[in-house]
Design a binder for this molecule. Structure first.
Ligand code: 9MR
Length: 497
């Protein structure tokens, strides 16, 4: 089994190079997968790949009845069985999606919940990863949710522009809560992912901030306790929002710093990327993407969206690793580049990666509905929404001299808390920071994001990660952590470096 624990490979003298993508990837501690259909399960699938995503047969338009039941499962079963007999992981794709919704189009959250339960329970731990919510965010870098079902069910109760507040309705949150309940009730090892496209870089063409990526980041940060993994689809092409940006690795890293696994889920690269800003030639571009993933320990898998160009959804862009068709394939230069890069292995250490995951006990499990669930029974009251501090404790103000100050906002619930810490630079730009605070006895940090930490209890020092050490004069950056126990009386002390 690959994909769970991440092995870190040191660059050392000369192990023999592996000759298949799956073997080279496994050695580096990640999976290398492919999207497939039941009628194209040629030998190459099991030879080259150790993860499989159904390209179409696990979508609601195939699987779902209008009441959230299952139908037409034979194609999915065929793929799952093929994966099992070839020792491949399966990514279920996908449960909640505005497109290809079939009989679920327009369904209520209760019906979506029923479908989520039925689909997860049918395959259980045979599915390593489920895309619970797919493509929730709008096109064109607006950073907004789609203005389409199912997101039209959302309600922003206090009108503050997000759906993270306790009175809000959010189909993303409620679908993940349901999915997490089902996984826990079944004792499954399945991890739950959110998947989207044009979220790959910190910036899009021209250096504009990638608002879609930032919106996805906020979703994962706010719902971290239900979300285990993030999929960057990675359909790279000439669209200004779909380029391979030079900050791809930094963006992977910032999600990884939230403690989730990151996957490249639907990779294909247009072979004529005139707007691409980091490479020339498809093979070189593939190499860059694979390297960005290898350089982040929690980037635990890459999946290409098909085997060969001619059988791809975008055949005119010739974006894949093989030519040929119908089971007879020829390797392209892009294949050789990917294999070579995988064979070089990882060069990262796991030191900045959170080692513990969010405690499962904080997920409401008390009532685990197994069939149709009215939305009112979805236990949202105990959901910690970190953007809604129950007590906000600004402990220091913006310093007038150099250096930095820090303030905390605490969102607490019985037995646990999320703390958001704001680090504000004084009159001069700072290039690194260290925030020291002392937790009350009995409090333990279980997870932190956008910072490294020195300890889990007592006095803890948090330091910046690679992308948030520099803060311009008077500006701020934020990091956070989650823990068990209580977090009263925190007094952060900030030192700039
Ligand atoms: O590759 C899939 C193609 O065969 C289908 O016709 C299409 C229908 O929407 O979906 C394609 O897969 C998409 C995936 O499910 C989600 N991300 C974008 C993929 C390419 O369109």
């Amino acid at each position: 089994m690959v994909g769970g624990a991440v092995a870190v490979q040191s660059i050392g003298p000369a192990a023999a190079a592996e000759t298949t993508l799956r073997a080279a990837a496994a050695k580096a501690g990640l999976f290398f997968g492919v999207a497939a259909s039941p009628n194209r399960l040629y030998p190459i699938v099991g030879q080259e790949f150790n993860q499989l995503t159904p390209e179409n047969v696990m979508k609601p338009d195939t699987l779902a009845t209008s009441s959230g039941g299952l139908q037409n499962t034979s194609g999915a079963d065929t793929l799952v069985n093929h994966a099992q007999s070839n020792n491949m992981l399966v990514r279920g794709h996908t449960l909640v999606w505005h497109s290809q919704a079939g009989a679920l189009q327009g369904a209520s959250q209760a019906t979506l919940n029923t479908f989520i339960g039925n689909a997860i329970n049918r395959w259980g731990s045979k599915i390593a990863y489920w895309d619970v919510v797919n493509e929730a965010l709008e096109d064109n870098n607006t950073g907004r949710r789609r203005n389409q079902w199912p997101h039209t069910m959302n309600r922003d109760a206090n009108g503050d522009g997000d759906y993270f507040d306790s009175g809000d309705t959010d189909v993303i949150r409620d679908s993940f809560i349901r999915a997490k309940q089902v996984v826990q009730a079944g004792g499954f090892t399945t991890k739950l992912c959110i998947n989207d496209y044009d979220v790959e870089g910190l910036t899009v063409q021209g250096g504009t901030p990638n608002r879609k990526a930032n919106a996805l980041y906020d979703i994962v940060r706010n719902y971290r306790q239900y979300i285990d993994c993030v999929g960057f689809q990675s359909h790279f092409n000439d669209n200004p929002n779909s380029i391979i940006s030079s900050d791809l690795q930094a963006n992977i890293q910032r999600f990884a710093d939230l403690g989730v696994e990151v996957h490249i889920t639907e990779l294909d690269i247009d072979d004529d990327l005139s707007n691409n800003d980091i490479g020339s030639g498809q093979a070189e571009n593939y190499r860059k993407v694979v390297r960005a993933c290898l350089n982040v320990a929690k980037c635990t898998g890459i999946t290409v969206w098909g085997i060969s160009d001619s059988e791809s959804w975008r055949s005119s862009e010739r974006g894949l690793l093989f030519t040929g068709g119908n089971g007879s394939y020829q390797k392209k230069a892009a294949y050789t580049a990917v294999l070579d890069e995988l064979n070089k292995g990882r060069t990262v250490s796991t030191s900045s990666v959170p080692t513990s995951s969010v405690p499962t006990s904080s997920v409401p499990t008390s009532s685990v509905p197994t069939s149709s669930v009215p939305t009112s029974s979805v236990p949202t009251s105990s959901v910690p929404t970190s953007s809604v501090p129950t007590s906000s404790v600004p402990t220091s103000s913006v310093p007038t001299g150099g250096g930095c100050s820090a303030s905390v906002s605490v969102n607490a619930w019985t037995g646990g808390f999320v703390v958001s810490v704001r680090v504000t630079a004084g009159a001069s730009t700072i290039n690194g920071w260290n925030v020291r605070l002392t937790l009350p006895s009995g409090a333990t940090v279980t997870n932190a994001w956008s910072a490294n930490r020195s300890a889990n209890s007592g006095t803890v020092q948090f330091t910046n990660v690679s992308y948030n050490g520099r803060v311009n004069a008077g500006q701020y950056t934020e990091f956070g952590f989650q823990g068990t126990g209580t977090a009263t009386g925190l007094t952060p002390v900030c030192t700039a470096s």
